[in-house]
Design a protein around this ligand. Structure first.
Ligand SMILES: Nc1ncnc2c1ncn2[C@@H]1O[C@H](COP(=O)(O)OP(=O)(O)OP(=O)(O)O)[C@@H](O)[C@H]1O
Ligand SMILES: O=C(O)C1=C[C@@H](O)[C@@H](O)[C@H](O)C1
Ligand SMILES: [Mg+2]
Length: 181
């Protein structure tokens, strides 16, 4: 089984929010690899980063993404940094990938940079860290994506309509038809 759609993008782009709604819209199950990683590790993400380190987190994430891509038939949202892995980007080439984009100001607002629980953004200058992250990852998201959808100023339900339409354009009937993607 292969996901109907895989959602990628930076923290705060709405992968979890929009991915869940897209799954409802398509009548399929939703899965988020951040949840899979937490289950695999037996601890929350900030604790994985502080206790085991980012490298250990990325290894678990790579493993979780490969498993979910192979077995999840619904909508799959990935962790914000999953595309850093070349192995993951190669796997994504065989799947319909939606890249949700977000601007710096809106992303900062949504992630609540002042008091974020996101370990990568919890440094001394989270706004600069967030900007550097957006800039560095943009080519990686683009490499993986079949569909790109800006999210600033758009309600999640509207994004679902737009994304479902774009998925249909790249694969007519693919987003709404039953069966494997
Ligand atoms: N289109 C939107 N408009 C307004 N608020 C949004 C929108 N999409 C998401 N949000 C809000 O932004 C916050 C972050 O959204 P969400 O957790 O879905 O992002 P994410 O991409 O999954 O982030 P992460 O990479 O950290 O998992 C949530 O509070 C959510 O309600
Ligand atoms: O952008 C990132 O690197 C991350 C995003 C989150 O989804 C989590 O996967 C974790 O906090 C790392
Ligand atoms: Mg999320």
């Amino acid at each position: 089984m292969s996901p109907r759609a895989v959602v990628v993008g930076p923290p705060g782009s709405g992968k979890t929010t929009v991915g869940r709604l897209l799954a409802d819209h398509l009548g399929v199950e939703f899965r988020d690899t951040d949840d899979d990683v937490v289950r695999l590790a037996g601890k929350p993400i900030p604790e994985i980063f502080t206790v085991d380190g980012e490298t250990a987190f990325r290894e678990l994430e790579e493993q979780a993404v490969a498993t979910a891509l192979a077995e999840h038939p619904g909508v799959l949202s990935l962790g914000g940094g999953a595309v850093i892995s070349e192995r993951t980007r190669k796997l994504l080439a065989d799947h319909p990938v939606v890249f949700l984009t977000v601007g710096l100001a809106e992303g900062a607002r949504r992630t609540g940079l002042a008091q974020t629980s996101r370990p990568l953004l919890a440094g001394v200058n989270p706004r600069a860290t967030f900007k550097a992250l957006l800039d560095a990852r943009l080519p990686l998201y683009r490499e993986a994506a079949d569909v790109e959808q800006p999210t600033d100023g758009l309600e999640p339900w509207r994004l679902v309509e737009l994304v479902a339409g774009k998925l249909d354009e790249i694969r007519p009937g693919g987003a709404t038809r039953d069966g494997e993607a």
